[in-house]
Design a protein around this ligand. Structure first.
Ligand SMILES: [Zn+2]
Length: 87
């Protein structure tokens, strides 16, 4: 999904229409959402206070730090890290 936030360097978000279209496509393909991905262009691969506050899914949140070229995953809002393997 495309980040539709007005503040795309400090937050992320999508419209309800885009979310529903994407979930419908996932369902049609008989797939499931395994993780939610977003990047931190200038920060670390750690969940921000806003990430924790706005977390709504029970799947891991994969966060990519562009500055450190690092990816980490967390269950939010608890910020429990989930081991990942990047190949
Ligand atoms: Zn974040």
């Amino acid at each position: 999904m495309r980040n539709e936030s007005l503040y795309s360097r400090s937050g992320y978000g999508v419209s309800l229409q885009q979310l529903l279209r994407s979930l419908k496509k996932v369902d049609e393909l008989k797939m499931r959402v395994l993780a939610i991905y977003h990047s931190h262009p200038d920060g670390d691969a750690l969940p921000s206070a806003r990430d924790k506050k706005e977390a709504a899914w029970t799947v891991p949140y994969l966060i990519l730090s562009m500055r450190r070229q690092e990816a980490r995953a967390f269950l939010l809002p608890a910020a429990q890290e989930v081991p990942i393997s990047v190949e």
